[in-house]
Design a protein. Structure first.
Length: 369
C-alpha cells in the first residue's frame, strides 16, 4: 500500500521513523512518501520536505511566516494528488496537518492521525472538525482517551507512548563518555534548550549563565538534530562547553540532572529517570496570546499526565538565573533526586506497556483491508 506521512517537528521525525519501520515490517510492499527529517529518511521512503523548513513556534512567529506556510500547504496538496496514497498519516503538527486533513477528506483520501493535537490544552473547538475529517485517531497519553470519548463522543485508540520503546532499551556506556571526551571525575548536567532556533535563542543564554555557578559539574549542550552544530558557536564564544549533536537520549543516560526547554524533551528526560527543571520563554506577544487561549495548569507533559507539579516549571520572568540556580541545586541534592525518581516510577506506569508504533501500524493496515 501507499502511505503519505506528514511530520513537522523533531519529535514527529522520531516517532515517524519508528512508525515507518513498523509499517515496512508488516507490509513488504509499502511505498512511503513523507514530510519529516533524517530519522524518517534512514527508516526508508522518499523525503518531500525536511521539518527544519517548517518549524515555526509562537503565535507571532507563525503570522510573520504565513506566506511560507501557505506555499507549503499548496505544495503538499499537489504532491498528495500526484502520489495518490491509500492513506495519509498525520503526526501531531496540527496547524498544518488539520488543514490538509480537511482538504484530503473532501478529495476522498483516508485520514489517520497519530499523536493527537493537544486540543485538550487549547482550540478544543477543533474536535468537531477532527471528528468529521479523521477516519482514525491514535492517542498516546492516557487522559486523552477519556477526553475524546467521554467528553466529545469521539472513539479513539490509546496505543501507549512511543517514547517507551525508544528510551527504555538504552543503556549507559563508558564508550559514550570516552568518544565525546567527557569528564570521568565530574558528574554531568545536560542543557536542552530546544529544537528550533527561535526557541534556542531565548533559552540558551540563560542556561549558559548557570554554568560558572556549578564548577563541580560538567555541563554538556544537547545539539538538536535539525541544526548545524556550527550555529551554536556564536553563543559559546569563550566557553569550553561541549556540544553533542543528535545524541540527546544517550547524553541524558549519563547525566545527574538536566535543564530542559518545555516540550517533548521533558517527557523523554522523565522516562530516562533524569531529574530536571522545565523552562519556557517565548516572545512577549506570543505569551500574552497563549495565556488567553491555553487552559492548562502546567506546561510540562509530566505534570499534566500526573496532574500535579512533579517537575518545577520556570516560565517567562520566572525563567531567570537566580531561580534556575535554586532549582538546579535542589534537584542535585539527595532529597531532590529521590523525590523526582520516585515520581518518575509512577509516570512510567501510567504511560503504558510500550509497542505504540507496532500497534499503530497494525491498526492502520487493518483499517485499510
Amino acid at each position: 500500500m501507499k502511505y503519505y506521512i506528514i511530520a513537522g517537528e523533531a519529535s514527529g521525525d522520531l516517532h515517524g521513523s519508528k512508525l515507518i519501520k513498523a509499517l515496512k515490517e508488516k507490509d513488504d510492499k509499502a511505498q512511503i512518501r513523507f514530510w519529516g527529517g533524517d530519522l524518517m529518511q534512514e527508516a526508508g521512503g522518499v523525503l518531500v520536505k525536511h521539518y527544519k523548513m517548517l518549524a515555526f513556534m509562537g503565535f507571532w512567529e507563525v503570522i510573520t511566516h504565513l506566506g511560507t506556510i501557505l506555499k507549503n500547504i499548496k505544495f503538499c496538496k499537489k504532491d498528495i494528488i500526484r502520489f495518490q496514497p491509500d492513506v495519509i498519516i498525520y503526526i501531531d503538527y496540527p496547524g498544518f496537518n488539520l488543514r490538509i486533513a480537511k482538504w484530503a477528506k473532501q478529495q476522498g483520501f483516508k485520514n489517520h492521525f497519530y499523536i493527537s493535537p493537544q486540543v485538550w490544552a487549547w482550540k478544543e473547538n477543533r474536535v468537531h472538525q477532527m471528528k468529521k475529517d479523521l477516519d482514525a485517531l491514535y492517542v498516546i497519553l492516557p487522559f486523552e482517551k477519556d477526553f475524546f470519548e467521554n467528553k466529545h463522543q469521539f472513539n479513539v485508540q490509546f496505543v501507549g507512548h512511543p517514547l517507551l520503546d525508544t528510551l527504555t532499551q538504552r543503556k549507559k556506556s563508558a564508550a559514550f563518555i570516552n568518544k565525546h571526551g567527557l569528564s570521568k571525575e565530574k558528574k554531568l548536567i545536560a542543557l536542552l534548550p530546544g529544537s528550533r532556533k527561535q526557541e534556542i535563542k531565548k533559552m540558551l543564554p540563560v542556561f549558559l549563565k548557570i554554568v560558572p555557578l556549578f564548577p563541580q559539574y560538567e555541563f554538556v549542550l544537547a545539539g538538536a538534530p535539525g541544526i548545524n552544530p556550527q550555529w551554536y558557536q556564536k553563543f559559546l564564544e569563550g566557553s569550553n562547553l561541549k556540544v553533542i549533536q543528535n545524541k540527546t537520549h544517550d547524553l541524558l543516560l549519563h547525566t545527574e540532572a538536566a535543564l530542559v526547554s518545555s516540550g517533548t524533551a521533558t517527557l523523554e528526560t522523565g522516562i530516562l529517570n533524569v531529574p530536571q527543571v522545565v523552562c519556557y520563554r517565548s516572545s512577549f506577544l506570543s505569551y500574552q496570546i497563549a495565556k488567553l487561549l491555553v487552559k492548562l495548569k502546567y506546561i510540562s507533559l509530566i505534570n499534566l499526565i500526573l496532574d500535579r507539579e512533579v517537575v518545577k516549571e520556570l516560565i517567562q520572568r520566572d525563567f531567570n538565573v537566580k531561580k534556575l540556580a535554586q532549582q538546579l541545586e535542589f534537584i542535585l541534592s539527595d532529597s531532590g533526586q529521590k523525590k523526582l525518581k520516585n515520581d518518575y516510577k509512577e509516570l512510567r506506569t501510567v504511560l503504558g506497556t510500550g509497542g505504540a508504533s507496532k500497534k499503530t501500524a497494525q491498526l492502520i493496515i487493518d483499517a485499510l483491508q
